[in-house]
Design a protein around this ligand. Structure first.
Ligand SMILES: C[S@@+](CC[C@H](N)C(=O)[O-])C[C@H]1O[C@@H](n2cnc3c(N)ncnc32)[C@H](O)[C@@H]1O
Length: 314
């Protein structure tokens, strides 16, 4: 069974060391090896056989706290081709697109494989994840990242190096799209999904958001889409000094979900009147190719640009 390693640190384990300033360092344990910091070396043998949560001290006297990385740590530290889905969004996708053990999920594009790791963990070995990635160089990075995270091939995963193609895929429980133009694949998603299945799209810009929601509405096989974003603000808690952190993980992307209707069913008309200019905005979005060029108008703050990337790798 594929579960993250537990118990004492063993040879081959990934370890995350945190120094007194909160800086994180990663290593893979090997007998007789040393980890070199500018504060002196640290012997891997000092960690092998010890429980997680121990403190090891470098030759220069600096203490390091040692844990195995969580998936959120791993996903941000691993090699990247395309920009990865940030953990706050991956958590939303797994939770609110309701990805469950045993689910049959289709994903595109795999990018660096970060979201693939989250989805595989959620579906487990009894589920199935088919991930499409059209760029062979990114697919190679995704494959290596997923293999390294699970310590070998995941039995539920099939990586297809090609444009997303619905041919032969039926009765999927979830379709998750993290790509430049998900609206081009709304009909394909409807073909792949079973009634009640969920389409989930992750997009970076408002123009992509508008176009995706409009496409899902107009396609005819989906109930009214939901759209949202999440902002993650840490808090500084120290005695009476309890306040929000100055920096936060602000805009990374928007999420859209929509449920697949049964065949032949027309969604009841929305009671809400379309807002003023809705048609004009939809028409503008439909013709706004330039606005969805990589990184266009994302306005991301520096700290999130590092993660989500002004260019999401397409
Ligand atoms: C932002 S990245 C995905 C990152 C990924 N979710 C992760 O967490 O590592 C978007 C990827 O979609 C791929 N892509 C775009 N359109 C595609 C399509 N039609 N079929 C397959 N892959 C596609 C791109 O090559 C790119 O690697």
């Amino acid at each position: 069974m594929i579960t993250p390693p537990r118990g004492p640190f063993a040879v081959g384990d990934q370890v995350q060391l945190t120094d007194p300033k909160g800086r994180k360092h990663r290593l893979v344990l090997g007998p007789g090896k040393s980890f070199h910091t500018h504060r002196g070396a640290l012997a891997h043998d000092d960690l092998i056989g010890k429980p997680e949560g121990v403190v090891v001290t470098s030759a220069g006297g600096t203490p390091y706290l040692a844990f195995r990385p969580l998936l959120a740590d791993y996903a941000l530290a691993m090699e990247r081709g395309a920009a990865v889905v940030y953990p706050k969004d991956a958590a939303q996708i797994v939770g609110l697109a309701d990805v469950f053990p045993g689910a049959h999920v289709v994903e595109a594009g795999a990018g660096s494989g970060a979201l693939s790791c989250w989805l595989l963990r959620a579906v487990g070995e009894t589920g199935r994840l088919i991930s499409f990635e059209r760029r062979p160089d990114f697919a190679e990075i995704a494959a290596a990242n997923v293999r390294r995270y699970f310590g070998g091939p995941h039995p539920a995963w099939q990586l297809v190096v090609a444009e997303l193609d619905p041919a032969g895929i039926k009765d999927a429980d979830r379709v998750v799209l993290d790509m430049l133009a998900p609206w081009d694949y709304v009909a394909a998603a409807a073909d792949m999904l079973r009634p009640g299945g969920v389409l989930c799209c992750y997009v970076a810009t408002t123009t992509q958001l508008a176009r995706t929601v409009t496409a899902a509405r107009e396609q005819g096989n989906f109930a009214e889409p939901a759209a949202w974003e999440t902002l993650q603000r840490g808090w500084h808690v120290d005695g009476l000094a309890v306040r929000p952190e100055h920096r936060m993980i602000g805009h990374t992307g928007f999420l859209v979900t929509a449920r697949r209707l049964a065949d032949g069913v027309v969604a009841p008309p929305r009671r809400r009147r379309p807002s003023t200019g809705a048609e004009a905005a939809a028409a503008a979005a439909a013709g706004a190719d330039g606005a969805t060029a990589p990184g266009a108008g994302t306005g991301r703050p520096a700290e999130t640009a590092e993660v989500a990337g002004a260019d999401r790798g397409e």
